[in-house]
Design a protein around this ligand. Structure first.
Ligand code: FES
Length: 207
């Protein structure tokens, strides 16, 4: 009896069979696996890169929008003196003149506006020829005061506070006199810086 080990033909068959089965596959398996692994790695990196780029494109404008106006210069001409009239039209000791104070341009963090009304003032030249300005806002609760030419006093129509021509309180619920405003005469022009103060308190506290 001839065993397989002793049968050269059988050994040849087995050898051919194993070589046919394992030879080409064993040789090609490693490079194919490497190629697949490389492809997967490339796709993973490419996906992450594309995702990151899209995220950045979306995030940058969003972050800018959320942070706006951080870092921007914010100015307001409300802090500047506003040219309201010629000083030449004011006569020393004459009745005060009401002037509107408008900012040429108002710029805040989110918008820019032209000719914004800031408030109003009563302007006069005193007996010494000095130009004075009083806010027209009643210090009681903020109504606009009028000037009574007959009585030469300011009167508030809301709760009947009254003030002398220089702004001192005469009567009524107001806790202080009318608020003087910073005024200057520059090249013959009267310029006033409007200041809004807190109402219904004795002290002058800008708001
Ligand atoms: S608001 Fe002027 S008296 Fe009250």
């Amino acid at each position: 009896m001839i065993h397989d080990e002793e049968n050269p033909f059988r050994q040849l068959q087995l050898g051919v069979s194993c070589a046919d089965h394992e030879g080409p596959t064993a040789k090609g398996r490693a490079p194919v696996a490497d190629q697949q692994q490389s492809r997967r790695s490339f796709l993973k990196v490419a996906t992450m890169a594309i995702g990151g780029a899209i995220g950045a494109i979306v995030a940058i404008p969003l972050v800018r929008y959320l942070l706006f106006p951080v870092g921007r210069q914010v100015v307001s001409s409300a802090d500047e003196a506003v040219d309201v009239m010629s000083a030449a039209v004011l006569e020393p000791g004459a009745a005060p003149v009401r002037v509107q104070i408008d900012a040429d341009e108002m710029r805040n963090a989110w918008s820019v506006s032209d000719s914004v009304p800031l408030g109003a003032a009563w302007v006069r030249k005193n007996q010494n020829g000095d130009v004075e300005a009083l806010s027209s806002t009643c210090p009681h609760l903020g109504c606009a005061v009028d000037f009574d030419n007959n009585e030469n006093v300011f009167k508030c129509p809301c709760h009947r506070s009254a003030f002398s021509v220089d702004g001192a309180k005469i009567t009524g619920p107001s806790k202080r006199g009318l608020d003087p405003l910073p005024v200057e005469v520059d090249d013959g022009r009267v310029k006033i810086r409007f200041v809004r103060y807190r109402t219904d308190i004795a002290e002058r506290e800008p708001v």
